[in-house]
Design a protein around this ligand. Sequence first.
Ligand code: AMP
Ligand code: MG
Length: 394
Amino acid sequence: MISEREALQRVLANVSPLGIQTTRLEQALDAFAGSEIVATIPIPGFDQSSMDGYALRSKDVTMDRLLVTGEQPAGRDLGLLCEAGSCIRIFTGAPIPHGADAVIMQEDVMRDGNSIHCLDRVEQGENLRPMGADVCVGQIILRRGERLTPARLSLLASQGLTEIDTVQKPRVAVLTTGDELAPPGSGPLAAGQIYNSNAIMIASLLQRLGISHIRTAHCADDLEETMRCLDHLSNSHDAVILSGGVSVGDHDQVKPALKKLGIEPELWRVKVKPGKPFLFAKGQRAHVFGLPGNPVSSFVTFSLFVRPALLRLMGASDSEIEPSMLLAPLAETLHNEGDRPHYIRGTLVKGCFKSSGMQQSHALHALARADALLRMEAGETIEAGSYGKVWQLH
Ligand code: AMP
Ligand code: MG
């Protein structure tokens, strides 16, 4: 059995980013930048007011009265001039009139007809946003491999851009296996049946990554059917994520089906709990991930191996792939008596990790309550109050 670290390295060694395409910003959310973007216009684009008030020469503020000689709203630059002893009525985002070096807030003046009396001082540059203070021309505003978040899309729009090079998003198939599974909504269960809960979990984890082309399918524990489904899906998708059927039971058909299709597993079985039977193979087109059927095992192996692989496929940089880990004190003493690293499901309450209930690999309820996973080494004990390595999930 191989270690988690080696398994991840071997998976990633088989994954490289998909091709680059031009995407409209409206369609680019959660894709990864395919190239670097350099600013071509400064932000702000001109010296502007950050307040509603009066633009003036800061040293004039001590004068008894200042004459209001014009008004500059946000919009077209009227080319006004602020002369000594005068001021210009101005609004947020409006260009600063020539000669003015500060803006006094309207709350800090008394207006009397055509003049104002300043009730407070202003420093030179106060309430003013200088041109280029946020972004200057030539500055890198987006790096290759960075995720296109709402704020980053907004930054690109502020440069007047309408499209961007992104790495293509993968087409992903989720293939659940198991004779015992019934789709939710298909009516009451017959004896021995359970509802298929992994399909929605895996599809939702994919959506979280920003993947939208997701096909879900199901096949029985039957070699021919598994082969047919796998063959079709692996030729039409960039990744196929299988759930169940990947162990050594008589009804586990994933390995035999892959073998018959000539797809050699790159790895099978990893030293991790839950999730030992995890399998990875590289087909002609598709990357094939075999997740154990137990729901928590599926979730953990998806997080450990599938997530980074898909992000790499989507062109994410290493830092975007890095999980968000922190050190947190434990609310209780925990032991890992097993011989594999164990990911304990739990919650972070006021910065302390607390396990969230039953920790067996089928126990979906504790997983559903969890917002963090504590990684415990084989044989490790962590005392209450001592720090453990915690992976934040959301
Ligand atoms: P397997 O990996 O196929 O041996 O399945 C291990 C356990 O996970 C069994 O108890 C299965 O019933 C359960 N299981 C498998 N697939 C799913 C699924 N899609 N949803 C919920 N439970 C599942
Ligand atoms: Mg099964």
